[in-house]
Design a protein. Structure first.
Length: 228
């Protein structure tokens, strides 16, 4: 596992060199092999460092090229990455944050991948990761994935509503929760999508006093970025 750790870590560092370097890495079998590495150690405590470097390398590779995103998703990355986010996962908080970043990248710009992520059980895994006490990076990625999922179709909107998304996400829009501007933006995006074509979601938002919360966000400079 140590040689795999060093190899994956080197690829991770090289990928920081920009799109041209990422393209060269992707021209090899690296994406598939990195995904395999996360699968191989996802359910064990062995090779934790190798797993982390593989996940971090994939996070870098999924930033940018649509072709790389599609390839990594087709290599079977979604399920092992979600496994890393489960309560029983042996992965470190940093590894989990990188895994969420990959899923965020994969969900962005592709309803097909967002649907695949949701179908693999992402909604119930991600909602707890938006709550207070979770790192800013994790909150931002989790809410962004949920925003992408909520834009796919009516069935996934229903799944989100049934899982309690409104009760979890609406409070993030309140200044007292201390959520980042990006987290608030994504949470508001989920609520916006849920309010389209879903009477149940509308009723739930009204019952949760969503109007009052949302009106406060209409003020100039409102939001976490303004410290309000």
């Amino acid at each position: 596992a140590r040689i795999q750790e060093h190899a994956a870590g080197t690829l991770r560092n090289l990928a920081s060199g920009g799109e041209e370097v990422k393209a060269r890495i992707a021209s090899t079998a690296a994406p598939e092999m990195l995904v395999t590495l996360t699968q191989y150690v996802a359910a064990t405590t062995m090779g934790a460092s190798a797993r982390h470097e593989a996940v971090a390398a994939l996070a870098s590779l999924t930033d940018g090229s649509e072709e790389r995103k599609a390839r990594i998703a087709c290599a079977g990355a979604i399920r092992p990455l979600l496994a890393l986010l489960s309560i029983n996962s042996p992965a470190s908080a940093d590894t989990q944050e990188q895994a969420a970043r990959i899923l965020r990248n994969l969900a962005s710009g592709s309803k097909k991948r967002a649907h695949s992520i949701a179908s693999a059980g992402a909604i119930k895994l991600l909602l707890p990761l938006t709550r207070s006490g979770v790192s800013v990076g994790m909150q931002e990625s989790a809410t962004r994935i949920l925003m992408e999922v909520s834009a796919v179709d009516t069935w996934l909107k229903h799944d989100l509503e049934s899982a309690g998304a409104i009760d979890v996400l609406l409070p993030l829009l309140k200044p007292s929760r201390g959520a980042s501007a990006a987290t608030q933006e994504h949470a508001a995006g989920v609520l916006r999508n849920l309010a389209v074509g879903s009477k149940d979601s509308i009723v739930k938002m009204l019952s949760a006093n969503a109007i009052e919360v949302l009106v406060l966000l209409l003020k100039p400079g409102a939001g976490a970025s303004a410290g309000t």
